[in-house]
Structure formats: C-alpha cells, structure tokens
Write a protein that binds this ligand. Structure first.
Ligand SMILES: [Zn+2]
Length: 301
C-alpha cells in the first residue's frame, strides 16, 4: 500500500459514522486499488480507504491551466452564479475552495462583496491578483477569522467531496452564514447513468481525491443532520461547450501527445462516445453533476 495516497487509519461513514459497508466496485489509480463502498446504514457512498490529504498535493494544483483558459472557465461558473442569483441578488459572498477566483469575479461583477478561502497557495496568489489583495485567504474557514452571521451566500463548488470532517465544516458554515443566507453546493452526482453503465470508468470518480460520492438523497441527509434545509436540488449535465472544452484540454495533455496516431484516434473516439452519453444522460435528468441550494433551519425560542 502507498501511504502517500491512502489514509491507513481506515474509514467510516461521514454522515452516520457506521463502519458497515458493501463493496460496489474497485478503481485502480497507478499502483493503488481503492474500493468504492456504500454505507449499509445511511447509503452514503465513499472511497475506502480514504484518500489522504497532503499539503504538497494542493501545491501541485494546476493554477497555470486555469489561468491559461480564463474565458473557457467562466462558462463553467456562469450557470452556478445564475443558480445563486435566483435566490440571492446582493450581499456578502464567500466561496470556500475558490481556486483562482473565477466564480468570485463573476459574483463581484454582479455587485456582491466577495471573499474566498483556498488551500492552494499559488491559487490564492492568482485569485488576489484577479480580485484585489486580501480578498482570498489561505487556509480553512475556521482559521480565516470572518465574523459570525456575516455572509448572505456561501458557495462550495466541487469541494465537499474532498472534505474529511463534514460535520465540522458544515457547523462552521452555519455559524458564518446569516439566518436568511443561502448555501450553494456543487458536487459530482453519483446517481448518474454513466456510473451505472461504465462503473469505475466514470470520469468524475477521482478516488485518490474524492472521499465522498454524494447523491441528492445523501447530501440532503447530511445537511438535515447539520441543521440545513435543502430548498433546491438538481442534477446537471454538461453543455456542448463544456464537452468541447474537456476534449480540447484532453488532447493538449502530455499523456495523449505521447501516444501513437492509432491510439490517439482510439482515445478521441472513446471520448466522443463518452461525452455523447454524458450529454444525453444529462438531458434526461441523470447528469453527473448536481447543484444544491440550502438554508439554515432556524429554531425560534
Ligand atoms: Zn452512513
């Protein structure tokens, strides 16, 4: 076993703490085989053993790739902002794990006062160039010293599935969010047809990074347990533009360019088929991504 990638202390369900699980399938990454398992008590799907957090890996974050494709990445973030605007149109906006700050830039352009937190030091640097010094802080939410009951919007896009202590994070979010604030979560959706058909060949199944593989039902269980009420939950499929960008970025990768012509053609063919399936399943309501909007449950005394 490779201890750089695996948490050898074992694993347990992030919602109910049960250690009873059933194996769904396995996925090999390099020399390591991870198991994808489902909690027998609450149904949460997770990676076993847990992939390990390491600061060096966050420093390998591909900031350069994001900066080189600025325009393209805005097309990923626009639908998220549109979703948030349907519930909140102004106020203080925090993004946890804000990468190089593209969603925050769009929110700023809409008139929100924006802040971010991020664990990659080079992404923090890049986001502060984009948004102005000090807008984005390095570290976890609990260490970033924001006042309680402060934010109108807290957003996390493709972050929750990486977080080991879900309860601790959601308790912090609840503290920092105003009573009428909203929480936006974007995450891979395990309830998709690709994972049912292709199992471990689902592209969003990044087992060496993702601890949890949520469905709308398990995310709702988690949020309810932590005092939130889900007010919107929807599966999202890729747009044609996103698919084009994904294929364009794939053909620029070294692992692709090192192949001979025959293999390159095979890879392109496979990817076109994959994304076609991805697009169709998204259109019929089984997209492999999901948007969740939740608000705090307020108990009035
Ligand atoms: Zn469980």
């Amino acid at each position: 076993m490779n201890s750089n990638y695996m948490d050898l202390n074992g694993s347990a369900c992030g919602i109910c703490s049960s250690k009873e699980y059933v194996l769904l399938f396995k996925k090999r990454v390099g020399e390591i085989t991870f198991e994808i398992v489902r909690c027998q008590n609450c149904g949460l799907v997770y990676t076993h053993p847990f992939p390990k957090y390491s600061e060096e890996r966050y420093n390998e974050y591909p900031t350069k790739r994001y900066l080189e494709n600025e325009k393209a990445y805005y097309s990923f973030y626009r639908p998220i902002l549109k979703e948030i605007l349907a519930f909140k149109k102004k106020g203080k906006f925090l993004e946890i794990g804000c990468s190089v700050g593209y969603l925050l830039k769009l929110a700023h352009n809409e008139g929100f006062k924006v802040n971010g937190t991020e664990l990659s030091k080079n992404a923090v640097k890049a986001s502060n160039v984009l948004l102005g010094k000090g807008r984005v802080k390095y570290g976890y939410l609990e260490n970033c010293c924001f006042p309680d009951n402060y934010f109108d919007v807290i957003a996390m896009n493709h972050v929750l599935e990486h977080i080991f202590d879900l309860s601790k994070t959601l308790r912090q979010i609840k503290k920092k969010l105003k009573d009428d604030g909203i929480l936006f979560i974007g995450a891979p959706n395990f309830n998709n047809l690709i994972v049912k058909i292709l199992k471990n060949r689902w592209k969003a199944l990044r087992v060496n990074e993702h601890i949890w593989h949520f469905k709308s039902g398990t995310i709702k269980k988690l949020l309810t347990k932590e005092g939130f009420q889900v007010i919107e939950s929807k599966p999202i499929g890729p747009s044609i533009k996103n698919i084009f960008l994904a294929i364009r970025s794939m053909v620029k990768k070294e692992s692709f360019l090192n192949q001979n012509l025959f293999h390159r053609l095979l890879i392109i063919q496979w990817n076109i088929l994959y994304y076609l399936l991805n697009w169709v399943t998204g259109k019929i309501g089984y997209g492999d991504n999901m948007f969740i909007i939740a608000k705090k449950i307020i108990i009035r005394k």
